[in-house]
Ligand binder design. Structure first.
Ligand code: AMP
Length: 597
């Protein structure tokens, strides 16, 4: 069949459908600038009557010059009054002229709550379009993916309604619940082992259990194993570690764990479960040992690659995934957010350190703020000069600024990207980091001020012991699964014989967690993707030693500030060698899906 298919400059497409998708990528990447001009014109024309755009008196202009001259660059905080009105039920054309279909809850937070992104129905088509490009690119590098299945651990999360009645949920929950996903046409290159019933089950245990069970039952057919982020795949491995006996029992007896009560799952399982004692025995043999090295390839021997994002904050998981997979390639296929899906990796089998994403110019209008950490903050009086997608320069770093069909105009996403090269006229970007994120284990993002507030709140418990926190720093410990936050405290006890007892320091851990944002607490409580927070009390003088060490490596004495997060191994070793006691949260913090309005 491949012989009759139109070739693509990117390689030989696997089928006619792929040829079309690759042709589309070529067209978009060759005409980046004209597509961007057209996208901006379309967005400004569609939304010309909105309250927001009317403020800037574009007088019908839809060109880049007028737009850049008149419309300000904004952050989420700037748009919060408009977003609050939409959430409260104001249906007038505030940001967008099309009806807002729902809110997407980003993992970024504002005042401790998830950011709310208004979206419109047609965005689902745009997201779907980007998804439809991923396998055609993958098929160029990995042949034969139509001969088996993908074991993907995919989950939905809790959703709520805003006071005005609109649904608010994460973008992937919105996508998995959409007809685009649920009734997707059969595609031999994109068959999952997980049934929709399991993916759509709101109970995370039942969902994971069923997805793992299907993955085990179809172990020989599995050609790729994945989750959205690396942390999700590691959670699945941990789940197998904890539940293999029950899973093997179900497989041996052809029954289903009574803890799985979801009627839709039980109905679909009843069609496929029959006793498979040999398979159960194999699973017991592989899982009962101490050694979990290469467990993925032992259980799923035909796996060709892992499909997980390991760029950005997820890079910390690469060594662990290498251990469990025996060094299988890790494909980072796409770069997306709740606000907008951006682009894809055209060389998905490259090493994680070499991943670059090509932003597709049809997804939104993209601008780039040159990133200079030493520059003063932006002010309204001296507007920054933003660069267009086609004009960014190789080697430079930029902050991504987007204008979208649902009505975000010149919105700062908060991601820092570096240009690594071009595909045709389309720049390719390495994800450098997200601004202001100190700690991250899963989808949580904790910044410096959140950590500071949490430390302040917890240290109030020490007052009655005449003790204070003189210095602190932190570390995202991902050696354990799930990972957890470690906070190093140096204490000053003014009355040494009245030092705070262990029980109080444990409560300090919980007090910190109560103070962290809703995404952190959801990961802790509902997803179990973050373990209990740990405080490690270090010997007096440790932070001075840390300073001496930093200065010996060239830090300036005058400007030295204790780092609020440490990742450099020698510094961590120093801290760990000075620990006098370690304390953990005795229970989970509070979390409910409801927002604090
Ligand atoms: P959210 O707003 O919760 O949808 O999260 C979107 C954010 O996740 C992006 O702005 C990035 O900071 C991060 N992200 C998404 N895709 C990737 C990727 N492929 N590599 C690194 N970070 C990513």
């Amino acid at each position: 069949m491949a012989n009759s298919v139109m070739p693509s400059p990117m390689g030989a497409p696997a089928c006619e459908k792929d040829a079309k998708a690759l042709g589309f990528i070529e067209e978009m990447t060759q005409n980046v600038d004209s597509v961007q001009e057209m996208v901006l014109r379309e967005i400004l024309t569609q939304n010309s009557g909105t309250e927001y755009l009317s403020r800037f008196r574009l007088s019908g202009a839809t060109d880049r010059g007028s737009f850049k001259a008149k419309v300000p660059v904004v952050t989420y905080e700037d748009l919060q009054p408009e977003i609050q009105r939409i959430a409260s039920g104001d249906r007038s054309n505030i940001l967008c002229s099309q009806p807002i279909s729902e809110f997407l809850t980003s993992s970024g937070t504002s005042a401790g709550e998830r950011k709310l992104m208004p979206t419109i129905q047609e965005e689902l088509d745009r997201r779907q379009l980007l998804y439809s490009l991923l396998m055609p690119v993958m098929n160029l590098y990995v042949p034969g993916l139509d001969k088996g299945k993908g074991l993907y651990f995919l989950f939905i999360k809790a959703e709520t309604r805003t006071p005005g009645g609109l649904v608010a949920r994460p973008v992937l929950t919105s996508y998995y619940k959409s007809e685009h996903f649920k009734t997707r046409p059969y595609d031999p290159y994109n068959v999952y082992t997980s049934p929709n019933e399991a993916i759509l089950c709101p109970d995370s245990f039942q969902s994971m259990y069923t997805q793992m069970l299907y993955g085990l039952l179809m172990r020989e057919e599995v050609l790729r194993v994945g989750a959205v982020f690396a942390s999700g795949l590691l959670r699945a491995i941990k789940f197998l570690q904890l539940n293999w006996e029950q899973l093997a029992h179900d497989i041996a007896t052809g029954s289903l764990n009574p803890k799985v009560t979801d009627p839709a799952i039980r109905e679909c399982m009843s069609k496929i479960v029959s006793p498979k004692p040999d398979l159960a025995e194999f699973i017991r043999k592989e899982c009962s040992g101490e050694n979990w090295d290469r467990i993925i390839t032992r259980i799923w021997p035909n796996t060709k690659y892992l499909d997980v994002i390991v760029t950005g904050a997820m890079a910390q998981y690469i060594p662990t995934l290498e251990y469990y997979s025996g060094g299988l390639p890790m494909a980072c296929t796409m770069y997306a957010s709740s606000e907008c899906y951006f682009g894809l990796n055209l060389k998905p089998m490259c090493k994680p350190s070499e991943v670059s994403y090509t932003i597709m110019p049809n997804m939104g209008y993209f601008e780039f703020l040159p990133h200079d950490p030493s520059a003063p903050p932006l002010s309204r009086d001296s507007p920054p000069r933003l660069i267009d997608l086609a004009d960014v320069e190789v080697g430079k770093e930029y902050e991504l600024v987007i204008t979208t069909y649902p009505g975000l105009c010149r919105y700062r996403v908060g991601d820092i990207l570096q240009v690594t090269g071009f595909h045709n006229a389309a720049p390719q970007f390495r994800f450098v980091r997200r601004k202001n994120v100190l700690l991250s284990i899963d989808s949580d993002k904790t910044d410096e001020s959140e950590l500071q507030k949490a430390v302040e709140s917890a240290s109030a418990l020490l007052r009655e012991f005449n003790t204070s926190v003189v210095e602190y720093t932190s570390y995202a410990d991902t050696k354990t699964i799930p990972g957890h936050y470690v906070i190093y405290w140096e204490l000053l006890a003014k009355e040494p014989n009245k030092a705070p007892p262990n029980e109080v320091l444990n409560r300090c851990c919980l007090a910190m967690e109560e103070c962290l944002n809703t995404v952190y607490r959801q990961c802790r409580v509902a997803d179990n993707s973050i373990g209990p927070l740990e405080i490690r009390v270090v010997k007096n003088g440790t932070f001075e030693e840390l300073m001496d060490y930093a200065i010996s490596r060239g830090a300036s004495i005058n400007q030295y500030k204790a780092p609020r997060c440490v990742t450099y191994t020698p510094m961590l070793e120093l801290l760990n060698s000075r620990v006098v006691s370690a304390h953990f949260s005795p229970s989970a913090p509070h979390w409910t899906p409801e927002r604090r309005h």
